[in-house]
Structure formats: structure tokens, C-alpha cells
Design a protein around this ligand. Structure first.
Ligand code: SF4
Ligand code: SF4
Ligand code: SF4
Length: 300
């Protein structure tokens, strides 16, 4: 992919939870992290991926016959896609008689994305909204992200992103030049624990958060509160202190949910949080209070 084309897996209109006002959220494929609780596992690879729905499949094996790459096999009673062989051509999706296969991820140009985004200009103008880049992680396609944000700015739009902040500082600095608001994930205060839960350390992330605050950007750190990972009161206190040190003074708490479970099944992957109960706001009141006690205004 390059500055003119990227892989997009969803464009969601009329979002009201991803930055100020009414927004169109563009979900870019690819993420350098591997969070054990990830609710969008189909977003992680920077390529199209085929999902198989067991409930719709009639076991005709037509997909095996039509795949030009030999990427589809039947193992016991399920269809398995070898993602190393699959080129994402989409033939199996088109040929499946019961629509049991779905492709996540499509190559789109900047103009194609912006044509969709600009359809809702009157709603942005009325509500103070605009475009939000999400993922996956938009920093996994930095040139495409910059092109989209530049195009949005040329059209006078407010720009926002949801990010892990995990990228080389020069890459991060270039992308945020074109951002008005940054929703910035902070997952753990301790780098070993961060690595254990997400597959990467947190030093670069925290350095980028501090950098963004120093640039005077409108930053909202967001903490996914994950059972057994960062949900103790000590974690709350330490995350709050860590955020405070970067210069930010507010944070949003995102209680754990299991929305992604079905997608793991469709990708043929194990879901580590299968039987873990979701959190609700009322479960996390003390947790939230710890942030306030440590100088961070926290809300849900
Ligand atoms: S073509 Fe569709 S219905 Fe037939 S086996 Fe493949 S996924 Fe199942
Ligand atoms: S998308 Fe193309 S290459 Fe991939 S499994 Fe389907 S038919 Fe095979
Ligand atoms: S950062 Fe987000 S998209 Fe990436 S693995 Fe973690 S939860 Fe999934």
C-alpha cells in the first residue's frame, strides 16, 4: 500500500462515540499489537482476510474447488482458510451459495474514501463533527493515513483518530500534524505487563503520548479496563500517575466487553477471554475514583 491507496475494512457513518459531534469513522486494516482481548481480530493483519460463518455453511465444499490458490481446506466439520496462501481475490466469497464467507478488507483510494466521508458534510457542520481514523491501528498504514487526513483538512473537516500510539516518533509526529483530536489508548503502566497482554512494550507509546501533549493537541487517553490485566486499584493508581506524568489531565475508561468473540470463531482462532464476564460502569466506580485521586479526571 502507498500514499494513494490503503486497505480499509469499514467506513461507519453517524458515529457519536469516536470524537466530537457526528463523525464518519474509517477503519484501516493492520495493527502491530496483539491484545489478548482484541474485539476486532479481523483488523490485525494488513491484508484482506476471509471469515467463515459456521451457521450459514452447508458443507458443499464449492469454495475448495474454486480457490485458485489452494488456500481452502475442510478440517473435520469446518472450512479453514490458509491465510498464508490466500491472496484475498474474493472468488470464494462471490461463489459461496449461502453467503457463508465474507472478506474483511478492501483496497480503496483516498478519493474513494473521501467521496463517502464528504457525503455527510452538513452533519459535520451542524454538530462539530468530522472524520475519525481508526483500526486496527491507522499508524500501520501511515502514508495512507496522512493522505486521508490531508484531504480531510483540504475539505475543512475536523480530524480525529483512535490510536495505540505505537510507531516510531518521526512517523507519529508526521501523522498527528494533521489531527485535531487524538483518542490515545493507554493499556498498562508496567512495560512487562504491557508486553504480556499486547505483545509490545509501552515506552514508545508513552513517549509519543507525551510528545502529542507537548504539541498542544487535544488528547484523550483511553483505558480499556481488562479483567486480570489492568483492573486492580493499584493498576488504576499507577496508570493515572503515568498519564499525569505525560501532561494529560483527563481519561476515558472503556469497560471490557466480549463483542469480538464471534469473530474469533469465524477466523478459526482461539479467544482467550471466552468465559470472562464483561465489566459495567458500576463495577468500576472505585477504579475511576483512583484516577480522580491522582489528578486525572476520569469518566466513562
Ligand atoms: S462454498 Fe460456502 S457453503 Fe459451501 S462449503 Fe464453502 S463456505 Fe460452506
Ligand atoms: S479469497 Fe481467493 S485466494 Fe483467498 S481463499 Fe478465497 S478464493 Fe482462495
Ligand atoms: S490495539 Fe486494538 S486493534 Fe490492535 S490488537 Fe489491540 S485491541 Fe486489537
Amino acid at each position: 500500500m502507498d500514499k494513494d491507496r490503503g486497505i480499509v475494512f469499514n467506513i461507519q457513518k453517524f458515529s457519536v462515540n469516536d470524537g466530537p459531534g457526528i463523525r464518519t469513522v474509517v477503519f484501516l486494516k493492520g495493527c502491530p499489537l496483539r491484545c489478548r482481548w482484541c474485539a476486532n481480530p479481523e483488523s490485525q493483519a494488513v491484508r484482506a482476510e476471509i471469515l467463515w460463518d459456521a451457521k450459514k455453511c452447508i458443507g458443499c465444499h464449492h469454495c475448495i474447488d474454486v480457490c485458485p490458490c489452494g488456500a481452502v481446506t475442510a478440517v473435520k466439520d469446518r472450512i479453514v482458510i490458509d491465510h498464508k496462501k490466500c491472496t484475498g481475490c474474493g472468488i470464494c466469497v462471490r461463489e459461496c451459495p449461502h453467503k457463508a464467507l465474507k472478506s474483511e478488507g478492501e483496497i480503496k483510494t483516498v478519493n474513494e474514501v473521501m467521496d463517502v466521508v464528504m457525503q455527510d458534510l452538513p452533519f459535520y457542520e451542524e454538530s462539530g463533527g468530522g472524520i475519525t481514523l481508526s483500526g486496527g491501528e491507522m499508524l500501520a498504514q501511515p502514508e495512507f493515513a496522512v493522505s486521508l487526513l490531508k484531504a480531510a483538512k483540504e475539505n475543512g473537516l475536523h480530524t480525529c483518530c483512535e490510536t495505540t500510539g505505537f510507531a516510531k516518533q518521526e512517523v507519529f509526529a508526521e501523522v498527528i500534524t494533521y489531527l485535531d483530536t487524538i483518542l490515545f489508548d493507554v493499556k498498562h503502566w508496567n512495560t512487562e505487563s504491557h508486553n504480556e497482554g499486547t505483545g509490545v512494550n509501552n515506552e514508545l507509546i508513552l513517549a509519543n503520548l507525551k510528545y502529542a501533549v507537548e504539541q498542544g493537541k487535544d488528547i484523550l487517553p483511553r483505558i480499556p479496563v481488562i479483567p486480570g490485566f489492568n483492573d486492580s486499584l493499584k493498576d488504576a493508581e499507577m496508570i493515572a500517575r503515568t498519564i499525569y506524568e505525560t501532561g494529560a489531565r483527563k481519561a476515558q475508561l472503556l469497560p471490557f466487553h466480549q463483542f469480538g468473540e464471534n469473530k474469533y470463531e469465524q477466523l478459526g482462532r482461539e479467544y482467550s477471554y471466552k468465559n470472562v464476564a464483561a465489566y459495567h460502569r458500576e463495577d468500576l466506580e472505585e477504579y475511576r475514583q483512583k484516577f480522580n485521586d491522582n489528578g486525572i479526571e476520569a469518566f466513562f
